[in-house]
Design a protein around this ligand. Structure first.
Ligand code: NI
Length: 176
């Protein structure tokens, strides 16, 4: 997911070895496939996660799912504040409530946004980078980002849920 207010962040100290990956765009068939569970942490998956963080921050995003960089693994990274990344492996939403309706965008569909209704609260369970289970509770943007990114793992994009028409996001909107 993207956020027009994001200016880029992250801990520069741990970004040296990372690489920015190419973000697949809407229409690429990899974005409509179901991802596989991660059964163990490997150097390859660790590198994928580091690269996903780097790629998300570089693109001023608030979330990125592995299929968006062409990898069909159940891995997402989310950071709605710019300094507090969640790495979610095999994530599942276990509770949700309320409703929020608002604009949403996706790094795989640059220059567009659309209105989507999501729960206003979600609780998710996931594994961290050490494959230890943990819980994330989020409201508002975090809840929206969790729903949006988890949808990617099942081959779904927000455009399927847009109410009304997709809007063009202009450079002027980005500077708001
Ligand atoms: Ni997205």
């Amino acid at each position: 997911m993207n956020d027009k207010n994001r200016t880029g962040a992250g801990d520069p100290g741990r970004r040296k070895k990372m690489a920015i990956r190419n973000i697949r765009e809407y229409g690429d068939e990899v974005l409509s496939k179901k991802c596989k569970e991660v059964s163990e942490m490997t150097p390859r998956t660790r590198e994928l996660i580091e690269d996903m963080l780097e790629t998300m921050y570089e693109a001023n995003g608030v979330g990125l799912a592995a299929p968006q960089v062409g990898i069909l693994k159940r891995v997402v990274v989310i950071d709605v504040t710019g300094e507090d990344p969640y790495i979610m492996i095999n994530p599942r939403i276990v509770e949700s409530s309320g409703e929020q309706t608002g604009p949403e965008g996706c790094l795989s569909l640059p220059g567009k946004s659309g209105v989507v209704t999501r729960p206003n609260y979600v609780k998710a369970v996931a594994l961290d980078v050490n494959m230890k289970p943990y819980e994330v509770e989020g409201t508002e943007l975090l809840a929206r980002a969790i729903c949006h990114e988890l949808d990617h793992l099942d081959g779904h994009m927000y455009v399927e849920k847009v109410e009304g028409e997709l809007q063009d996001v202009t450079a002027e909107d980005m500077e708001d």
